[in-house]
Design a protein. Structure first.
Ligand code: SF4
Length: 255
C-alpha cells in the first residue's frame, strides 16, 4: 500500500498511515485472540515490568505452583511470594503490591474476578484499575482492550518510541501524553486499537529497535522524522526496495 503521508503531514495523518501500513506489513489480529484471562492479564502485567516475557511467565507459573490459586497467593507470607517471583525485576516490591491488589479485589468484589469490568463504562473501569497500586495507564488499558474490547490504547515503550520518531506525537511527549494524543487521533474502534498497539509493539521489538532502528526494512520511512533527520527524504528506490510484509525467515514475532 502506498502511503499518502509525507514528512510534513499532520501527526494524526501519520498515525493513521502508520496503522494502515503496519496492518499490511504484519499479520492483522482479530479480537477472538484473547490471550489470557483478565486476572492473569492484570497480575502478569505487574510481573512483566522491566522483565522479559520468559521470566514473567516463569514467575507466574512458580507463584501458582507454590500457592495454588489467588487465595493462596494472598495468604502467602510476602517473603515467600517474593521468592517465588524472583525472576522479575523487583520481586520485593511486586510481592506486596500483588497481595494488595488481590486484597482490594476480594474486599470490593467478594471474589477474584474482573468480569464486572465488561459491564462498566470504559472510564469507570480505567479509573478503578488505575487506583490499584502499581497499575498505570498501560496496564489498565491492556486489561480493558485485550479482555473486554474497550476502545483504549496501551502505550508501552515501543509504541511510545515509534510515535516520537515518526512524529505522531511531539519529541518530548510523555507516554501518558502519548496515550491521550494517539487515542484522540485514532477511531474509537477496539479492533483498530488492538492492531495499532500490537503492530507497533512488534515493530519496536523487531525493526524500530531502541539502539539501532532497521530503517531499510521499515515501511514508515516515507514520513518518519527520524528517517528524514538521519538519511534525508526517502528516495523512490528506497521506497521501492522496502519489503511489503514481514518475512518469517527474519524470525518469529513476539508474543
Ligand atoms: S523509519 Fe526507522 S526510525 Fe522511522 S519508524 Fe521506521 S525503523 Fe523507526
Amino acid at each position: 500500500m502506498a502511503t499518502t503521508a509525507t514528512y510534513t503531514s499532520p501527526p494524526a495523518e501519520k498515525t493513521w498511515q502508520d496503522h494502515l501500513l503496519l496492518n499490511e506489513f504484519y499479520p492483522p489480529l482479530t479480537q477472538d485472540t484473547v490471550r489470557r484471562s483478565p486476572m492473569r492479564e492484570l497480575i502478569s502485567t505487574v510481573l512483566s515490568h522491566r522483565t522479559t516475557h520468559a521470566d514473567e511467565e516463569l514467575a507466574y507459573d512458580r507463584m501458582l505452583e507454590a500457592f495454588g490459586d489467588w487465595a493462596g497467593v494472598l495468604a502467602a507470607p510476602t517473603a515467600e511470594l517474593a521468592h517465588a517471583i524472583r525472576t522479575t525485576r523487583w520481586p520485593d516490591t511486586q510481592a506486596p503490591r500483588i497481595q494488595e491488589i488481590l486484597r482490594r479485589i476480594w474486599a470490593e468484589r467478594g471474589g477474584f474476578t474482573l468480569d464486572f469490568l465488561e459491564e462498566w463504562p470504559t472510564e469507570r473501569g480505567m479509573q478503578w484499575l488505575n487506583d490499584m497500586p502499581g497499575i498505570g495507564l498501560k496496564t489498565a488499558s491492556l486489561v480493558l482492550l485485550f479482555n473486554f474490547r474497550k476502545p483504549v490504547l496501551p502505550v508501552d515503550t515501543h509504541v511510545h518510541r515509534i510515535a516520537q520518531r515518526v512524529g505522531m506525537i511531539g519529541p518530548k511527549a510523555s507516554a501518558d501524553k502519548a496515550h491521550q494524543v494517539l487515542l484522540e487521533q485514532l477511531p474509537k474502534d477496539s479492533l483498530v486499537l488492538l492492531n495499532f498497539h500490537k503492530h507497533n509493539y512488534w515493530h519496536g521489538q523487531r525493526v524500530c529497535l531502541y539502539a539501532k532502528p532497521d530503517c531499510l526494512k521499515c515501511p514508515l520511512k516515507g514520513f518518519c522524522n527520524y528517517y528524514l533527520e538521519h538519511y534525508g527524504p526517502a528516495t523512490e528506490e528506497a521506497l521501492a526496495a522496502t519489503p511489503k510484509k514481514w518475512d518469517p525467515d527474519w524470525g518469529a514475532l513476539p508474543h
